[in-house]
Design a protein around this ligand. Structure first.
Ligand code: SAH
Length: 352
């Protein structure tokens, strides 16, 4: 394994799976069960330092401090919604970059939306996260620690995870798959794969690869338009893969995993929210076992795209329902703090 070393040149121990950690402990001359103890402190109890690992000897703790790092994100800012308690975090990574994550409390449990990259290179026309391009992909430990830091802060178990923050997860494939395996590992947080959702703009070959990973996570596809011509106006990725290829990949994903696909459709006033598009969308997705999630586009100043009204979103949903498509108009959580995805990080960058 290519263990990514951070700027202190120490080995990132949070990046290791339990079998990898067992090998590492063997190298240190420690008994195998130590690996289980350390893994439990890092991934179940979510401690923030080696010194908190009180069942390890002082000697081992100081060795860990000298030679290893457990990526720990620093909470730089927090906004809490007065409407529904949604919490939006800005974290500083060990290399000084920033990422955002969002915590939402629902009746069924707490859900965290994580970022998978610092910035993004997909260039979607309505999205704030892509305005400054891609800085780098996140390591598995940096994705995990968004959840651990939030768990430590709220004291409440996270039951659902969505990869829908900044970044394109399938543009950071290996790190994201490592993250998914560790997140759902029974020795770690043990989040059910069925309660994890990965959202992608549609990198077709990697959707097929993901289908073959033997993971039963949910897949959300950012579709946003029913024809190639209209999709190209909103999403540059549509120049690379046609909607027909994307639908084939979705079908394959469903066949391999049995997980129903969700299509994300952000409504831009006058561009993709007419009855014509609703009907095109319905005939496109009706052969698939799927669900459509509508949300009026959240206006981003630099993008200049107007969101549809709530009324139009409701109408659009009715047009789809008439064609027997399962549809929800997404509730906007934390409307008072939110702004669109990626905006907290941008505002912070402007300030500094
Ligand atoms: N790159 C992934 C995941 C990140 S974006 C993807 O493309 O799916 C998560 C979702 O928010 C995507 O459906 C994205 O298209 C949508 N989104 C981004 N900016 C938005 C905005 N300003 N308003 C509404 N939806 C937005």
């Amino acid at each position: 394994m290519d263990l990514d070393q951070n700027k202190t040149n120490k080995i990132d121990i949070k990046e290791m799976t339990l079998p990898e950690l067992k090998e590492e402990m063997k190298k240190l001359g420690e008994p195998a069960f130590r690996a289980g103890q350390v893994y439990d402190w890092l991934h179940v109890r979510c401690v923030r330092s080696f010194d908190e690992m009180t069942n390890l000897s002082k000697a081992l703790r100081s060795k860990l401090n000298e030679e290893y790092d457990a990526v720990v994100l620093k909470q730089e800012a927090l906004q809490v919604s007065a409407i529904d308690g949604t919490r939006k975090y800005l974290f500083e990574l060990p290399d000084g970059n920033f990422v955002e994550s969002v915590w939402m409390d629902y009746k069924f449990g707490a859900s965290v939306c994580i970022s998978s990259q610092v910035g993004c290179r997909m260039g979607c026309k309505f999205c704030a996260s892509t305005l400054d391009g891609l800085e780098r992909g996140l390591k598995a430990s940096e994705m995990l620690d968004q959840i651990y830091a939030i768990t430590a802060d709220t004291g409440k178990r996270v039951s659902h995870v969505v990869i829908m923050g900044t970044g394109e997860p399938l543009d950071n494939y290996d790190n994201v798959v490592r993250f998914l395996r560790m997140l759902t590992d029974e020795n770690g947080l043990n989040i059910s794969q069925r309660d994890v959702t990965l959202s992608t703009c549609g990198i077709v070959p990697n959707i097929k690869r993901l289908a073959e990973e033997d993971l039963s996570i949910n897949l959300a596809i950012s579709l946003h338009a029913p024809t190639d011509e209209k999709r190209k106006k909103l999403m540059p990725i549509a120049n690379q893969y046609s909607i027909a290829e994307l639908m084939d990949a979705c079908k394959y994903y469903f066949e391999k995993t049995g997980r129903r696909i969700t299509f994300e459709y952000s409504l831009v006033a006058g561009q993709n929210d007419n009855k014509e598009e609703a009907e095109e969308l319905a005939s496109l997705v009706s052969p698939l076992n799927c669900h459509v999630n509508l949300i009026p586009v959240n206006p981003v100043k630099e993008c200049g795209l107007p969101g549809s009204s709530r009324e139009r979103a409701g109408e659009f949903a009715k047009w789809l329902e008439k064609k027997r498509i399962q549809v929800t108009v997404r509730r906007e959580m934390g409307r008072d703090i939110d702004g669109a995805c990626g905006q907290l990080r941008r505002r912070h960058a402007d300030k500094t």
